[in-house]
Structure formats: structure tokens, C-alpha cells
Design a protein around this ligand. Structure first.
Ligand code: NDP
Length: 449
């Protein structure tokens, strides 16, 4: 069977076996179709049906999460943990709390995580979890009760040598704290079972910043390939949560000017730039008050608020997608292209729709795929695991230096794989191929398991 036919038959099986899971189909299709040059030169992957195995999660855990609100009313949410693939190490991936969460979304994230984690070259497999719980407008005691109930079931499925979760959308430092606390209580063990922990109880320096900083380091590498730098660039950043905030912080430090941010209700355009003071306002707004980005436009002069709109129509040199999946469609990509945007760097997971990626790749726009560009977060999570195992804590500078090196290595792997398989400059294909080969070779070593 030709590589193309083999890929096609695996894709058909994925659609048939996972009905309605559109985001999962999208993620698998994007990866598998780009693997043709690898599959056609490595028949052993076909013989061992590596593709058929890599698209099937090793385990999917679904559970009931009952909790009581402050008025005593009982609610039920659904919890998920998808332990996707473990040839390279324990399952590793975040926990997302958002009303849109369903099995297909967690599967797409777990699948992507497998390739991303492989690209970091660190000993971690792929997993992801979450719940359709919406933390917005809940009191802190309600969030704590929910997190405790979630962990009461999840604790039996995770462990430092099995599965090490972290945060994601809707699960920041506070939620990780509540989940870790409940795990410790149930197991009577203090271990590094979570990453993104508080600084005084096992957390690594730079972990909160790592995804945003890493995305900017990756963008620097992309620009360097064209003898350009980030300094002086006008940047647009979507989202206003963890990844977006630290993307802005690093861009400011490197002399870029960030003129936009967004949330699920709209976006702001601040032509003066979101400087340090304004960024502190955003951090307080989003982390402490749980407010809306609209308040930024009310607080600062000369700022426009665009209700219900993403920031992609704003003129910029570089776009950093840092909110959620499928937030740049073809029409957004056309707007970016019309405005001569020269770089799209994916901080969020799968934020660019396939047609939009194709447009970026066929134009002069550099495109940094999420598996590579946002891998800084999980890479520092792996460094947190190392520090926990050694019962040591590295300095901020040490971790930041390692993060920079890791992002350079990831960039190099993507660029080299793309070149090796005749797709020079296509970092999206390069990330998929390099991430796949490392995991697939380990799967071959382990036999049919
Ligand atoms: P946060 O919860 O801190 O922030 C998410 C941001 O995205 C918020 O501004 C939120 O707006 C916005 N958002 C969420 N859902 C939607 C939606 N459906 N439409 C429009 N805007 C939306 O999450 P993170 O910053 O941690 O995560 C952002 C992205 O980065 C996700 O794709 C995540 O998977 C990815 N990522 C995160 C990592 C990390 O270390 N945190 C690591 C690697 C990837 P609102 O405030 O209105 O909800």
C-alpha cells in the first residue's frame, strides 16, 4: 500500500470511530497528511501500524464531578483525562476548565500534546484533561469544592511515574493549588504530581511565564532566519490570560509594541502600546477580578473596544494567537495578509484553521505551529519535574536560559525535518515530522503494546 493510501485509510477510520469529534478529526488530519514524506521512506512504520496506534488514545477516563454551590444547590459536571501516548515518558498535559470542553476537544489536545512533548526532547508522553465546568463568576469556595471533587476521582489515575497534569484554560495557579491539595490529602504523599505549582511548594521559576516567553523566543528564531529581529515590530496578541500576558511581557522587554488583546467577548486596540503599567492592569483584571477586557478601554485613553471581534483586522507585523482553538479563519488570515503581517506565532493550541495555515504558508508570512511555538510551557513543566525529583530548585536565570535553549532546539528540529523531507520553510510540517519520528521510533522499540 502506498503511504498516501495508508494515511487515507487511517484517517477514514478515525472519522468513523470518533463520530462528531470534529476538532480531533481536524488535528489528526493536519498531522497525518503532513507525514507522507516520512511514511513513504519508512515502511517499518506501516508494518507496525504506528499511525493506527498513535491516533488511538491508550486510555480515556470519563467521570462524574458533583459539587455544591454556595446556596447548597447540587451541580454535576463531566470530568475527562485522556492518557494519549506514553512511549517517551509519563503522560503529561494540562487540565482545561471551560464550558466548551467535551471528549473530542480533550482528545485533540492530547493528540497534539503527544507530538509537542516529543519535540521538547524531554522524557514525557502526551495527555490532557478537563471538565465542562465554567469557573467564570464562581466564588472561590465553589471553585475549591469543584476542584476537590474533580481530584477525588482523578487521583487514582495519576502519579509521578504515570501521569502528571498541569493547568490550561480556566485552570491557573489557584485551581492547581486546590487540586494538588486534595491529591496530597487523599494519597498522604507530597510528590511532584502536578506542574505549575506554587513557588513555595515545588513550583519552578518561569513556569507561569514559560508558554508566552517560549512563543516569543520561537518567533525570534523564525525572524532570525530572515535576518530580522522582534525589536520595533508592531504586534497583535489574542487572549488576555496566562499565555497572552507573558507574551506581551516578553515582547515589551524585547522592544516590540503590542497594540491589541482580546477575550471571549471582544478585543481592544491601543495604538500607544500596552506598556508595563497597562499590562499590570490586565494581570490584575484577569487574574484577580475575573473582569472583561472591555474595562481596559474604559480605563485608558485613546483605546478602541471592538465588541465580538477578534483582533486580526488590526495592522501589525506579527500576530500571536494566545486564546483558543480555531481563532484565525481564512478571512482573518486574508486580513492579516492584506495588512502585510509577516509572522503568525501560535501560542494557543490549534488556533489557526487549515485553510488559514495554507494561506500563510503560500504567502511570505512566517508560520510558527503551536506544537513547536507553545512547547515552552510543557518544557518548563518537565524541568519542574526534574527539580522535584532532585528536591532542588534552580534559579530564575537558570530556568530561563534552559527555556531559551529548548526553544532554539525545537526550532532547529522543525526547520531541519522540513528541509530533510523536501518542505523547506514549512515549520508546521517539520514540527509534525520531527515530533512523530521520535515517538514512533520509541513505539517500535517497545513492540506491539
Ligand atoms: P487562560 O484561561 O489563562 O486564558 C484564556 C484566554 O483566552 C482568555 O483571555 C479567554 O477569554 C480567551 N478565550 C478562552 N476561550 C475562548 C473562546 N472560545 N473564544 C475566544 N476567547 C477565548 O488560558 P491560557 O492562557 O493558559 O491558555 C491559552 C491557550 O494557550 C489555550 O489554547 C491553551 O491550551 C494554550 N496553552 C497554554 C499553556 C499554558 O502553559 N497555560 C501551554 C500550552 C498551550 P475569557 O477571559 O473571556 O474567558
Amino acid at each position: 500500500m502506498t503511504a498516501k493510501k495508508h494515511i487515507q485509510s487511517v484517517l477514514e477510520q478515525v472519522v468513523q470511530r470518533n463520530p462528531g469529534e470534529v476538532e480531533f478529526h481536524q488535528a489528526v488530519k493536519e498531522v497525518l497528511e503532513s507525514l507522507e514524506p516520512v511514511i513513504s521512506t519508512r515502511p517499518e512504520y506501516v508494518e507496525a501500524n504506528i499511525l493506527g496506534r498513535i491516533v488511538e488514545p491508550e486510555r480515556v477516563i470519563i467521570f462524574r464531578v458533583p459539587w455544591q454551590d454556595d446556596r447548597g444547590q447540587v451541580h454535576v459536571n463531566r470530568g475527562f483525562r485522556v492518557q494519549f501516548n506514553s512511549p517517551l515518558g509519563p503522560y503529561k498535559g494540562g487540565i482545561r476548565f471551560h464550558p466548551s470542553v467535551n471528549q473530542g476537544i480533550i482528545k485533540f489536545l492530547g493528540f497534539e500534546q503527544t507530538f509537542k512533548n516529543s519535540l521538547t526532547t524531554m522524557p514525557i508522553g502526551g495527555g490532557k484533561g478537563g471538565s465542562d465546568f465554567d469557573p467564570k463568576f464562581k466564588s472561590e469556595p465553589e471553585i475549591m469544592r469543584f476542584c476537590q471533587s474533580f481530584m477525588t476521582e482523578l487521583h487514582r489515575h495519576i502519579g509521578i511515574a504515570t501521569d502528571v497534569p498541569a493547568g490550561d484554560i480556566g485552570a491557573g495557579a489557584r485551581e492547581v493549588g486546590f487540586m494538588f491539595g486534595q491529591y496530597k490529602r487523599l494519597k498522604n504523599e507530597f510528590t511532584g504530581v502536578f506542574t505549575g505549582k506554587g513557588q513555595s511548594w515545588g513550583g519552578s521559576h518561569i513556569r507561569p511565564e514559560a508558554t508566552g516567553y517560549g512563543a516569543v523566543y520561537f518567533a525570534q528564531e523564525m525572524l532570525r532566519s530572515r535576518n530580522e529581529s522582534i525589536e520595533g515590530k508592531i504586534c497583535v496578541v489574542s487572549g488576555s490570560g496566562n499565555v497572552a500576558q507573558h507574551t506581551v511581557e516578553k515582547l515589551n522587554e524585547l522592544g516590540a509594541r503590542v497594540v491589541a488583546l482580546s477575550d471571549s467577548e471582544g478585543s481592544i486596540y491601543d495604538p500607544q502600546g500596552i506598556d508595563e503599567e497597562k499590562l499590570r492592569f490586565v494581570m490584575e483584571l484577569k487574574r484577580i477580578r475575573g473582569g472583561r477586557i472591555k474595562e481596559y478601554a474604559e480605563r485608558f485613553k485613546g483605546v478602541e473596544y471592538h465588541k465580538g471581534l477578534r483582533p486580526w483586522a488590526i495592522e501589525c507585523d506579527c500576530a500571536f494567537t494566545s486564546a483558543t482553538q480555531n481563532e484565525i479563519n481564512l478571512s482573518d488570515a486574508r486580513s492579516l495578509s492584506k495588512n502585510q503581517c509577516r509572522l503568525i506565532c501560535e501560542g494557543a493550541n490549534m488556533p489557526t484553521e487549515p485553510e488559514a495555515i495554507n494561506l500563510a504558508l503560500s504567502s511570505d508570512c512566517l508560520f510558527g505551529p503551536s506544537k513547536a511555538a507553545n512547547a515552552g510551557g510543557v518544557a518548563v513543566s518537565a524541568l519542574e519535574m526534574s527539580q522535584n525529583s532532585m528536591r532542588l530548585k534552580w534559579s530564575r536565570e537558570e530556568v530561563d536560559t534552559k527555556l531559551k535553549e529548548i526553544m532554539k532546539t525545537i526550532y532547529r528540529q522543525c526547520a531541519e525535518a522540513a528541509e530533510e523531507y523536501g518542505m523547506e520553510g514549512n515549520l508546521a510540517a517539520g514540527a509534525n515530522m520531527a515530533g512523530f519520528v521520535r515517538g514512533a521510533d520509541a513505539m517500535l522499540d517497545h513492540g506491539v503494546v
